[in-house]
Ligand binder design. Sequence first.
Ligand SMILES: Cc1cc2nc3c(=O)[nH]c(=O)nc-3n(C[C@H](O)[C@H](O)[C@H](O)COP(=O)(O)O)c2cc1C
Ligand code: SF4
Length: 473
Amino acid sequence: MKARFPRVASLKTPERLRARLTELGASLPCDDQVVAAPDSPLAAPLELGGGVTLANRWVIQPMEGWDGTKAGAPSELTERRWRRFGAGGAAWIWGGEAAAVRADGRANPNQLLMTEPNAGAIGGLRRALVESAEEAGHPAPYVGLQLTHSGRWSRPEGAPAPRTAAPHPILDARLGAGPEAVLSDAEVEDLVRCYARAAHLAQEEGFAFVDLKHCHGYLLHEFLTARARTGAWGGPSLAGRTRLLDALVEAVREAAPELRLGVRLSVFDGVPREPDGSPAAWDGPYRHGFGIDPEEPERIDLCEPVEVVRRLVGHGVGWINVTCASPYYAPHLQRPAAFPPSDGYPPPEDPLIGVARLLGAARDLKAAVPEAVIVSSGWTYLQDFVPHVAQACLREGWFDAVGLGRMALSCPMLPAEAQAGSAPTRALVCRTFSDCTTAPRNGMVSGCYPLDDFYRKRPERQALDTLKKEAAR
Ligand SMILES: Cc1cc2nc3c(=O)[nH]c(=O)nc-3n(C[C@H](O)[C@H](O)[C@H](O)COP(=O)(O)O)c2cc1C
Ligand code: SF4
């Protein structure tokens, strides 16, 4: 496997990373040394209001494993992942993984389903995570559950079964979705009830908050872009496109008054990519993205995201987890990687540019709405330099917290290592091989097959290797 751009591991020193970033015109600060707690900005307490103070600035992003039971309960693999998240020393567990609020919204037949029969077992994940944090000597992390409906990416039985907010000519053609896939107004109202029910169950199970997931092309993200939808729940105005978000906040508050709320938001989008990585051909303004200029869709325009975040803060929903686009139609934006997943395309730019773009969007949002607590995403491609860049960004006030995705699968101890002023364990540093995305795209459980011994020994590893060899021919 040959990377198209200089490998991050080959840069060796923060100085050389800085030089490479300058060469690329990518603006990211990077410290020379990682400072141990308590002097590092990564170890500074984070006030979340309501008497909640987190012990550090590390967040574990939601990471699904495609490994629940057919009924939507967790399996041993799910519990292993959550335990590892807990043992790593991050203070904030942003949602654990996406749990569907109703069966037709599962992204795969093994996704967690937050309904009555599964609630106790899903709550067990939180308890296991907290237990493993305490066993490792860390304070109990603050744990939420991410609630979702997968919308046009739903595959509850395995085959695509898209449900959409509005027509999208490119994606509808790719997925075979017609007008019948668009949710009716009555179905939207039922969806609100399902979110409220799932949130109530999360509260009963001791979760501190739920994330109303508005990202990655899933249903609630699509409602933010539903300019082509007629009726109350969409249309050209932002007020129409956020009516569902408002209704969800109200319904969840009523059903689960103790529960706090956060929103993971794709703050900018991208035109769906072709197999060679180029944007799909499009005539005229592109009106299907959120946070981009329809006339020039490669240009980020945070006006609407800023307005949404200001309104959320006004409603007391002040925690925003900034991400972008979708892993299905623009993966290089959403999870910058050296090696694409099996349904992806070769990186069209040095992935460092993608990291700088996404972290820059989080910085810009924080600058525009300083009273929001902003969690940043898209760190993993920085590899060994995650702590150096994270420390520098926090010191410069870019955002409030650092959210780890793939790195938490391969090297879950990174937060604790950084707190000790140590470099991450080199052999476990994620090199963005994308196997954790390729595996589920091909019906296998997700995990870090290249670096985590547990997955390395699983039978799927061989199937994955064969698949990759065939793709490379
Ligand atoms: C295997 C896998 C599963 C993921 N599952 C979720 C999920 O359930 N919910 C979510 O919001 N994001 C999910 N993501 C996206 C990550 O949370 C994160 O945004 C992304 O990997 C980019 O961050 P990173 O560069 O640190 O990996 C997933 C990513 C991967 C690789
Ligand atoms: S499989 Fe492992 S090394 Fe590859 S991207 Fe996922 S976490 Fe990183």
